[in-house]
Design a protein around this ligand. Structure first.
Ligand SMILES: Cc1cc2nc3c(=O)[nH]c(=O)nc-3n(C[C@H](O)[C@H](O)[C@H](O)COP(=O)(O)OP(=O)(O)OC[C@H]3O[C@@H](n4cnc5c(N)ncnc54)[C@H](O)[C@@H]3O)c2cc1C
Length: 265
């Protein structure tokens, strides 16, 4: 049977939702899991494991986030009202029946979203917008190579949970140290490789790129997914494109955060 490897793109109406925190759990010393509930989740849909929503957190000293209204020209904040910071996060799990959305936050120590997550408590309110669109990678590749740092663990963890039995995946994941490892549950056959910074600052090592260079892809068609610090991602993407000549249609590379804020991608 011919396999098309057809990647489906789905657009969603952008909806902003005010949600209540119902649960806060510690996943690892630097990862907190926040469960959000609310009738506003009616109609929420996240068909792809690497979807993202904009999370709006309250400004310091505020109880509620200030969110824009959606207009034909895009989101617009009311004049004179300071807008809430908004950052991208992965819907780690969504239970439509219970109307529960789970988001995992890395506590990296700086920035409004991480700071908010470090004090998150049940009863608090945050807002989410999106997802705006989904890019659905089919299950017909022979192998899925998933590369990322801790910010990509929610997407990789969810993808592995959603892969069917019979699929094959290889994960290359960098975290601070062993205490940040998570059980990655899957019905698929998964080869897991963990890398530890052991004191190096996030975004400053080359070990993910070195590991990709050393990795022999199994025979057959391989989809490669990368999510990490922007320069790390760019290095790996350029290696795969230029040196390994990996089919660009069988790859998705996204900068998940920037160590150097002036970088363009
Ligand atoms: C599609 C997508 C999905 C994402 N999903 C998730 C997710 O599910 N969970 C998650 O935790 N993150 C996720 N991220 C990454 C997250 O959006 C960024 O880490 C974001 O910068 C955090 O916002 P902040 O307000 O905490 O820090 P910012 O205000 O954005 O940044 C403040 C400072 O912190 C630094 N910084 C930002 N992130 C990190 C980090 N991880 N480690 C070290 N330093 C950092 C910046 O360089 C900057 O100097 C995702 C990003 C994208 C693009």
């Amino acid at each position: 049977m011919t396999r098309l490897h057809e990647i489906k793109r789905v657009k969603h109406d952008i909806v902003l939702r005010m949600l209540e925190v119902s649960q806060v759990q510690t996943v690892s010393p630097k990862m907190v899991r926040v469960t959000l509930i609310g009738d506003a989740l009616a109609g929420f849909s996240s068909p792809s494991p690497d979807d993202h929503v904009k999370v709006f957190v309250p400004l310091p000293g505020h109880t509620y986030p200030t969110v824009p209204t959606m207009t034909a020209d895009g989101p617009r904040f009311a004049e004179g009202v300071p807008p809430s910071p908004a950052r991208d996060y992965t819907p780690r799990r969504y239970d439509a029946q219970a109307r529960e959305l789970v988001i995992d936050f890395v506590l990296h120590g700086d920035g409004p979203a991480s700071t908010w997550a470090s004090q998150a408590r049940p009863g608090q309110t945050i807002a989410i917008g999106g997802p705006r669109g989904s890019r659905i990678v089919p299950n017909d590749f022979d192998t899925y190579v998933m590369i990322g740092d801790e910010t990509a663990l929610p997407a990789i963890g969810r993808w592995l949970e959603e892969l069917p039995a019979g699929a094959r995946a290889i994960t290359l994941i960098e975290v601070a140290d062993e205490s940040e490892m998570q059980p990655l549950v899957s019905q698929a056959q998964v080869e897991r490789h963990w890398f530890f910074r052991d004191g190096a600052a996030p975004g400053t090592t080359k070990q993910l790129e070195d590991a990709v260079r050393a990795l022999e892809f199994p025979a057959g068609d391989t989809f490669v997914w990368i999510g990490a610090e922007s320069r790390t991602v760019r290095g790996i993407r350029l290696y795969l494109q230029n040196e390994r000549e990996h089919n660009p249609d069988w790859m998705k590379a996204s900068g998940y955060w920037k160590l150097w804020p002036d970088d363009e991608d």
